[in-house]
Structure formats: structure tokens, C-alpha cells
Design a protein around this ligand. Structure first.
Ligand code: XMP
Length: 513
């Protein structure tokens, strides 16, 4: 694929993926590489620019991550962010020291003053808020560099050498708290690196189809379709590329939301592929009977999923490729391992043991989630699939507290549907990232008409988050909660009380189990 590339060199900061996403949002392809990447490997990529990320270390310590100083001789524009900025200073003759004076140590939103003649700040306001998080500061700026931004506490907030196109900022332009941060990144790309903006999903889609076709040749491909965004888009791409050479095995474990199984099946009708929907509801219910412990439930479902998939795969016989919907954040998290916090993955399956295949194919491995959604649209998948909120592999089983039975699942499905329906009617989907109902295992007394009821309590959960590692509970308007509550209690048999979960993560998790 011939498009311009920017390398984000990872020094272990928290926002590395975010930087890469911002670059791609600006229409420029970009990859995250570990700071240990050799100069030869960098030259081979032939990047138009390099971004050094932040990181938790101090540049003046020998054990901290460093770069080969020859990187500054490549003639490639460099933007250093936070630690990356200090790294530029340290390498090119400046001096970075611990901020002994607490006031020079900055954290949080900081009023900052910019020199707008610097390419990085061109066309932007001379004053604005930036997000700082640094304990070291540049006491001496390297020769050839100008100071291009300052704050009240710190004279050296940004540096620039316009001749060599080296720029450094102490703050984090990639986070939303920095006003015009993305525009600064855009300026680096378009003013300094000569970006042309050749990363578009339409183009990517065409090339990815052609490449997949070439790679697969006349081979057979097998894919386990879960109905989630990633596996659906991977399936759509393969369907478009290789048609009947693709077999999708959609394991319907009976733990999906209302109508979801049918929706997934309908979405793939337009392609001529081998689509196998396995009705495995009873198999899963049998395995789950009497099990109440959350981790046991998860294990049972994960294992059974693999077994069902294997049983189907055996019927197909040998395939050449096993396709997976791995996306770029998974690749970054498992491959680089420098970032301080690593998301714990709880995916349903591992790899099946008894599927006979030659090679794994991962058509989405270079895409971020929002790009995957965009690609899904390009491929003509319906909006309800492309915009589907995250749904855990073990499905409703972990939202049905205590023992899982068909009856409880059906009750939960109806209630969850009403909740989602009312959120859609109130046009609130954009204000929350995940929202669902949980059937608690608690029953309480109520009164309906003239009679006593003794039914389940349903919990509503909604979170607002960017990374799902931390999350806040969504402030849903009371009127909407009221509508949901009235409808569920009236329309769903077996529920007589509704509560709203107002715990953030941490200390709670998003799912209840
Ligand atoms: P927690 O409950 O850990 O969830 O705060 C964080 C995010 O992960 C989703 N989740 C899962 N996703 N397989 C998945 O693919 C799983 O087993 C699983 N468990 C939780 C959860 O829905 C939330 O978005």
C-alpha cells in the first residue's frame, strides 16, 4: 500500500495509541513502533515524520529509554511530546533536570502562551489551555532551537528548530484537554512533514480487498463470527474479497441480545458466502445449569464456544486460513508492552486446538476501532452492526447474576431492549459508550393492581468512557430513567423494581460479573 507514513516511536507513555489515532484522523497513516526499532527499520519504512511519545522516565538517567542519536541525521522532521521533547533537548545539547522547584513541575490544565510564527502553532490562538504532566524540565534549550511557548510557571514549554524541522512540546497535544492540540499535530504533519492526506478509508478498503484476494489466492478461509463489530467487519472484507471461499461460522450461544442473531444473519445475506449459523443455545444452557460463580461461567462459555466452533470446522475439513478480527490496539498492547497500564483482555476463546489450518489471517490488524467502523460502512454493513456497542464474549450470562436460565435470559432480553429503545428515542446514544440492563438475583416485594408481587430487581447500567479502562456513570436525565422504569415494570413479566447503577470504574467494573 503506497501511502505516506508517520512513525510514532513509543517510549512507554499512556497516550501512545491516542497520538497514532490523532495522526490518522488527520488523514495520515501512522504506525506505533517500540523505541528500540533500528534505524535501518525506520529507513525501510521511509516515514515523512517521526513522533517521540511521552514516557514515565527521566532522560538524564542512563537506564531510561534512549534513541540512536543518528536518528537526528536522517533529515526527517521530528515532534517530541513530553518525554520525547526532553529527549530531543538531551540529545542535541540542551539540559534536562528534575524540577526541584515544585512550581516548575506541572500537572493538569495550564494556561499557555504560544509563538504563532512557529509552524506548529501557525494559524492558532496565541493563548490557550494545554495539558501538562511532567516532573522534569528543560533548563537549557539546545543550540539552534527557539523557545516557542511558555506558561507562568515554566519558560520552556515548547521548542523548535525550523531549519531541521525538529519540534518539542512539554504538554500533550493528543489529549482533548489541550485546546487545538489536534490542530498542532495537523500543523506538524502538513506544515513540517509535507503530508498530502492520502489515508482515507475508501482507498484503504479497495486496497485491502485486493491484497486479501492476492494473499488468499484460491485457498479456503474460516472465520468465527461473534456478531461484534470486529469479526463482522473482518467477515465483510473477506466476503467481498473471496466470496464462496469464505466460511463464516456464527455460533449462536443463545446469550445474545434481543433479535441480535437474526440481525447478524440478515447483514450477511447480500454476500454469496458459506454462512453457518449454529444454534447452540441448549448446549450452553446445559453446561451453565446450576453454575453461579462468575469466573466459572466465563470459563465454561469460552471453552464451549471453542468446542462448538471445532465441531463445525471438522465438518468443513482442512482450510488454508483461519481469519481473526484482531485490531490495532490489541497488536500494540500485546506487541510493545512498554506502556505503564495494560488492559486485561477477556476474550471468549483462545485458538481452537483441532482446527486444521495453515495460516492465520488478520485483515484488520492495522486499524483502530473507529477505522474498523468506517471500513464496515464502506463495505455496506448496516449501521446497527457497525455502531454496535461493545458486548462481552460471555454475553448476557454475565449480566444475569446467579444461575443462568432460559427464562431469566428472556426476561433480561426484553428489559434490555426497552432500555436501549428509550435511549434511542431520547437521542442519547452519543452521550454514553455502553449501556445495558443487568438482571440481579434479588427479589423483593411490590404491589401491582391489588396484588402482591415478589419479583426480580433489574439494574440499569450506563457508562461514559474513552478507553473502557476507567469509566464514569452516565448522567441520564431523570425523565428518561423514569420512562424506562415505567415501561419495563409494565411490559416485562417478572420484574417489579428498577435501580440505576451510579458507581464509576474503578472501584466498580463496567459489567457486574
Ligand atoms: P469491565 O467489566 O472489565 O469491562 O469493566 C470492560 C469492557 O470489556 C468488556 N468485556 C468483555 N469483552 N470479552 C470481551 O470481548 C469478555 O469476556 C468481556 N468482559 C467484559 C465490557 O463489556 C466492557 O466494555
Amino acid at each position: 500500500m503506497s501511502h505516506q507514513t508517520v512513525i510514532v516511536l513509543d517510549f512507554g507513555g499512556q497516550y501512545n495509541q491516542l497520538i497514532a489515532r490523532r495522526v490518522r484522523e488527520c488523514g495520515v497513516y501512522c504506525e506505533v513502533k517500540p523505541y528500540t526499532t533500528s534505524l535501518d527499520a525506520i529507513r525501510a519504512i521511509d516515514p515523512i515524520g517521526i513522533i517521540f511519545t511521552g514516557g514515565p522516565n527521566s532522560v538524564y538517567e542512563e537506564t531510561s529509554p534512549h534513541v540512536d542519536p543518528a536518528i537526528f541525521e536522517l533529515g526527517i522532521p521530528i515532534l517530541g511530546i513530553c518525554y520525547g521533547c526532553q529527549l530531543i533537548a538531551h540529545n542535541l545539547g540542551g539540559r534536562v533536570v528534575p524540577a526541584s522547584d515544585a512550581s516548575a513541575r506541572e500537572y493538569g490544565k495550564t494556561e499557555t502562551f504560544f509563538d504563532t510564527s512557529c509552524s506548529l502553532f501557525k494559524g492558532l490562538p496565541a493563548e490557550g489551555i494545554s495539558w501538562m504532566s511532567h516532573g522534569d524540565y528543560m533548563e537549557k534549550v539546545p543550540d539552534g532551537f527557539a523557545l516557542t511557548a511558555h506558561s507562568d510557571a515554566c519558560p520552556n514549554v515548547a521548542i523548535a528548530d525550523e531549519a531541521r524541522k525538529f519540534y518539542g512540546v512539554q504538554f500533550h497535544p493528543e489529549v482533548n484537554h489541550t485546546e487545538n492540540g489536534v490542530k498542532m499535530i495537523r500543523n506538524f504533519l502538513y506544515e513540517a512533514c509535507g503530508a498530502v492526506g492520502d489515508w482515507t478509508m475508501g482507498d484503504y478498503c479497495k486496497t485491502a480487498i485486493a491484497q486479501t484476494r492476492e494473499k488468499v489466492g484460491d485457498g479456503k478461509v474460516l472465520l468465527a463470527l461473534s456478531g461484534g463489530v470486529d469479526s463482522s467487519v473482518a467477515a465483510a472484507l473477506l466476503a467481498e474479497a473471496v466470496g464462496r471461499q469464505l466460511t463464516c461460522v456464527f455460533v449462536d450461544h443463545g446469550l445474545m441480545r434481543k433479535d441480535e442473531g437474526d440481525e447478524v444473519e440478515a447483514a450477511f445475506k447480500k454476500w454469496d458466502i458459506n454462512f453457518v449459523r449454529v444454534d447452540a443455545e441448549q448446549r450452553f444452557l446445559d453446561k451453565l445449569a446450576g453454575v453461579t460463580e462468575p469466573e466459572r461461567k466465563r470459563k465454561i462459555i469460552g471453552e464451549e464456544f471453542i468446542r462448538v466452533f471445532e465441531d463445525e470446522a471438522k465438518k468443513i475439513g482442512k482450510v488454508d486460513f483461519l481469519a481473526q478480527g484482531t485490531i490495532y490496539p490489541d497488536v500494540i498492547e500485546s506487541g510493545l508492552g512498554n506502556a505503564a497500564t495494560i488492559k486485561s483482555h477477556h476474550n471468549v476463546g483462545g485458538l481452537p486446538d483441532f482446527v486444521d489450518f495453515k495460516e492465520i489471517i488478520e485483515p484488520l490488524r492495522m486499524l483502530f476501532k473507529d477505522e474498523v467502523r468506517q471500513l464496515g460502512r464502506e463495505l455496506g454493513l448496516p449501521e446497527y452492526l457497525v455502531m454496535r456497542q461493545p458486548f462481552p464474549g460471555p454475553g448476557l450470562a454475565i449480566r444475569c447474576i446467579g444461575e443462568v436460565t432460559k427464562e431469566k435470559l428472556d426476561t433480561l432480553r426484553e428489559a434490555d431492549f426497552i432500555f436501549r429503545d428509550e435511549i434511542a428515542k431520547a437521542h442519547l446514544e452519543g452521550t454514553m459508550n455502553q449501556y445495558f440492563a443487568v438482571l440481579t438475583n434479588m427479589r423483593s416485594v411490590g404491589v401491582m393492581g391489588d396484588g402482591r408481587t415478589y419479583d426480580y430487581t433489574l439494574a440499569l447500567r450506563s457508562v461514559t468512557t474513552t478507553d473502557f479502562m476507567t469509566a464514569d456513570w452516565t448522567r441520564i436525565p431523570y425523565e428518561v430513567l423514569d420512562k424506562v422504569s415505567v415501561r419495563i415494570v409494565n411490559e416485562v413479566k417478572g420484574i417489579n423494581r428498577i435501580v440505576y447503577d451510579i458507581t464509576s470504574k474503578p472501584p466498580a467494573t463496567i459489567e457486574w460479573e
